[in-house]
Structure formats: structure tokens, C-alpha cells
Write a protein of this length. Sequence first.
Length: 359
Amino acid sequence: MEKYIGRKIHHQPLFTSHNSQLTATTRTVMETSSQSPASKRPKLSTEATYDEVTLQKWQQGYTSSSNNDQTRLPLIDLRSKDAHAKNHLNDASSTIVHLPFDDLLSGERSCELPPRHVEFAIIIPADLDRNQVEDFFFATCSKATSQSRKPWLVRQVVQETNAVWEDATSLEMLSSGDDAHILPLPRLWKPDQMVEKILFPLLKQKLHVEKDDFVVWDLGSGAGRDVSFLAEELKHQTQLENSSRKVKIVGFDNHKGSSRRSLPLWKNRMVGDVTESRLLNLKNIILLEEGIREENGLACVYAIRYLNRRMIDYIATDAPLKSGCLFAMSHFCKEAGAEWNWDHPKVRNCRVMYSYFSI
Ligand SMILES: C[S@@+](CC[C@H](N)C(=O)[O-])C[C@H]1O[C@@H](n2cnc3c(N)ncnc32)[C@H](O)[C@@H]1O
């Protein structure tokens, strides 16, 4: 295995052909090359070091410098939709997610990338310029907002070559066609922990027991990840039970950007048919009440990191919710008198624990 230590300036194009004899080569990303002058490339992180690996090497795992554990990294396939339909990797014991690089560049699917502290691997399409990929993952400044940002932790790179598909065949990981209809799809992001660990099991149980339409509202849904998570998992439940019941998860927000971000996410996650985005100022209790009255089968209303005291008091007291409708909320909180050592959110936005227990 070839190792480069420290920051290295390459004097040759970074995009080199795959050498199947090598199991891994460590690369440190440069800011200058004979192909693209430094002035045209964004500033890249000094942490931008990754191993160039074969498929076998990725499958064997990666030893993280932070904890010395050997684990198989989640793998992102950056190839186009057409290339993916022809052939792709499929392995039930790994997390392999297809996110076409063009959709990341356009921003349409960047919210599906893992958090920036999670290490992962990528497959680079044969026809893609490596510099572009490095600029995207390792830039220290956002192109859109010019604000500084942490680079993503790409730790292994598999360069697509014929050898990759030969390896995939011998490792019995080769698949073709569209298997994306099998829900829930693997994901690299996490929903809110209360939604995943408490609300979803309750909803699953409720879905199983009740026979009516099943509607869930997310109040202040933002980018729509929690909606997506519940829609994927609940749709999966109805598929398992071979049920024709109508399940719908609705995201409410007063920001137009919410539906702009949520709708592509839900479509790409195969839940466009069971989700809906509604633009509403939730401070307007009259409109909220009208919405509740018009909705048949409202099984649950929840709010994550959106605290609107009037709305919560109204839901707890006067809202015309049917008996058995669940209400859940999750917000930053701490015990009374405890210190708050985080920069975000500010302590003034943090609730004191138990303050809502009496509603
Ligand atoms: C901190 S974000 C939380 C988003 C999402 N629930 C999450 O946990 O990622 C709060 C969301 O509430 C929305 N919001 C704020 N005031 C609102 C209002 N009056 N009516 C509807 N939505 C509102 C914001 O646009 C934003 O998307």
C-alpha cells in the first residue's frame, strides 16, 4: 500500500487510471495541478486525505484513526441514473446509496449526504473529472453562501473501471435494473431521535390496530427529513401487510423553501405519493383549526425543533382533534439551573425540561 503523509502537491493530473494491482493508495488533495490553476479551484481542506481502494479493499473495511475500529464505510455511488440502471452494487450487509453527482452539484440531493462528522466512501464514475469531485467534497467555503464549512469525510475512493464490475461479480454484489422500489431505501442521514425511537413505534402499532385513513402532520417540517422517514417506514408497513389503506404524511411550514427542498427529497426517496407539503403560518390558529376539521383520519400531530407556545396550548386544550390522536414534540431542553455549553442553539432558545409536562 502506497502512503503519502502530509499535504502533497501533485504535478500530474489527479485523474489517473485504476491500477487493480494496488489495494489502496492514499491521496492528499492538492490545490494546484497542471490542469487547473489554484485560482480556479476553491480552497480545499488540509484534512482532504483519502485512500484509493479496490472494491475488495472497501469491503474488507476501513480503520478509522479516531478509534482504531475496522468498519465497512457507507458507500455513495456517484454515477448517473442511466449508468446505475445498467449495473450497480447491491449488498444487504452494506449501506450503499446512489446519489448522482449532478444531483449533488445542483443541490437537489445534497441533504441526503451524511452529517459532516461521518466517514464514508465514494465510487467515482469513469467519465467524471476527479478535481470536480474533490472540490465538491473538500472545499472549506460554501459556493452558495461563501460561508466557511467543514469538508465531508470521504475516506475511501473507488474509481469506476471494468475491474470494479469484475470484482462486483466475483463478490456477488452485481445487480441491474431498478430495485429502488424496495422500501425503506438505505439512508445516510438520521431522522430526529424522538421520531425514530418513540413516535414511529407508536405509529406502527396504531397503523396496525386502526382501520381508517392514516394521516400524520409535521408542524414546522423544514427540509422534510422526518416526514420522509415516517413516509418511507409507514409505506413499507402497508406494503408488508399488503394493505390498500391511505397513508399520508403532511409537512407544514411558512417558508417557501421548505417545499422546494422537501418535494425533490420525497420524490427521490420514493414517497412522493404519500407526502404533501402545505404552506401555512402556524401562528394563524383559525387556519390551523380549519385544516384539522377538514382532515379525515388525523392520527398524529408533531413538532420537531419548532416551538410555538400558542399553537401547543391550543392543541392541548381547544383543537378539535379526535380522541386517540397523538401529539408529540421534541425541542432543545435542559434541566433547570443546568449549564448550557453549546453554541447552537443559544441558551435563550433552550426550554427547561418538564415545563410542558402539565399540558
Ligand atoms: C428549526 S426548524 C426545524 C425544522 C424541522 N422540524 C427539523 O427538525 O429539522 C423550524 C422550522 O419551523 C418553520 N417555522 C417557523 N415559524 C413558522 C410559522 N410561524 N409557521 C410555520 N412554520 C414556521 C421554519 O420555517 C423552519 O422550517
